[in-house]
Design a protein around this ligand. Sequence first.
Ligand code: ADP
Ligand code: MG
Length: 510
Amino acid sequence: MEGEAVSGAQIIAQALRAQNIEYMFGIVGIPVTEIAIAAQAVGIKYVGMRNEQAACYAASAVGYLTGRPGVCLAVSGPGFLHTLGGMANATINCWPLIVIGGSSDRNQETMGAFQEFPQAVRTSMYGRPGSCYIDIPGDFVNLQVNKSSVKYMECCLPPPVSMAEHSAVSKAASIIALSKQPLLIIGKGAAYSHAENNIRKLVDLCGLPFLPTPMAKGVVPDNHPNCVAAARSTALQLADVIILLGARLNWILHFGLPPRYRQDVKVIQIDICAEELGNNVRPAAALLGDINTVTEQGLALQKSLPMNYYTVFHHIRELIPKDCILVSEGANTMDIGRTMLPNFCPRQRLDAGTFGTMGVGLGFAIAAAMVARDHTPGRRVVCIEGDSAFGFSGMEVETICRYNLPILIIVVNNNGIYTGLDANSWEEMLKFGDPATCVPPVSLLPNAHYEKIMSAFGGKGYFVKTPEELQNALKASVTDKQTPSLINVMIDPQSERKKQEFPWLTRSNL
Ligand code: ADP
Ligand code: MG
């Protein structure tokens, strides 16, 4: 044949190269040695291993780490058989992998064109990733054909990205918003989809506690304050809502069943594989799609949803100075704050106290600010009030401004005492007549702008509805050490604390 000839081995190597295959692991022998040599010649890195099984494990790990399949090269018969462990492992792990095995010679006619390569690459990467096997007839490896007669397929595109159905995303968001003990489980599907930045945002914005599976460790760093890995069993057992991000409810996660989980746990499942949804546990919401994209969808929606107490306290905890004096009063606001806001020094917390008094907050805050100013200059006072509690002595804001005490007041506003009504329900109620006879006694005026009391006297007032607005207002108030400020935080009027486990101890809360 003329100088234009190319061998089967070279075609294989070039076809792989065309698919951006970077690594090949294997053990050579008849009939695949030439393939390894040809691969090196086109710039594919060939790593000779000592057992095909290890070679196959190596190739599959490349697939997980890079998102494009690694190749495992093996001889026919026992060599190929040894790759089975690696192929099974890759398939079960959902990692892309291509195994190329040589087999005995065949007639040229039955070989088929080299379409198999792009197909194998695509099959291994698209949808749920996994392993693919290509069998190369031995005689093909050394066969010479005319170079111009060979057509290489273009490199297949990265997997198309799928989004979850919008209704499923909003259903998931409202389940999370009403949850009392949500838990995010991060699996290696999340790691594989490079969703780390968005997951990190979701954790920070919603204050979600999270648990990584072993190989998903590090998607959000282990030392993040919301990582509950140290209390794994308890976290799984107590969660009322579990968000499964690219993890399967298999043996590693105890099949999602009691006693490791609550009988009534609601599972929100996010996976790229439709067949996985509903495996073992019937999901409360099933989101079919790429984790990174679905997380982004969730983030977008989160911004339009009312916050709950846990989200609000999460951000307060993150952003207020550790040594500040905390003043707090209210019902849910004070109770949840007791557990969610840690204290680090003695005499750092002033609240409704033994007498359960409402209306003490602003007086306490003013006293604390005077004492701090004179004895520990620079120490801040943060006063966290329910909207109802704030009403008892809200006019002391004028006192605060008159003496220019840089107190930060945060009103956690749920439009009522215990719980309130949103603006729409309020309007509906008014249709029944006189509010004095038809509006629930626990309701206060919806969306009251308490922050304007602060701005009326020259302090800074913020009206916030989203986690981002809350973060910004908190940062601004903490940085400005001179000016009194009030952040009016709108939360879901139906948001509540967790039910008492032992109600007979506190009958009044029944
Ligand atoms: P772990 O061992 O960490 O619990 P699993 O292997 O059980 O994780 O689950 C990983 C899941 O991630 C699989 O169900 C797989 O279908 C899914 N997955 C893989 N890639 C993606 C992706 N890009 N988007 C969504 N899900 C994915
Ligand atoms: Mg209230």
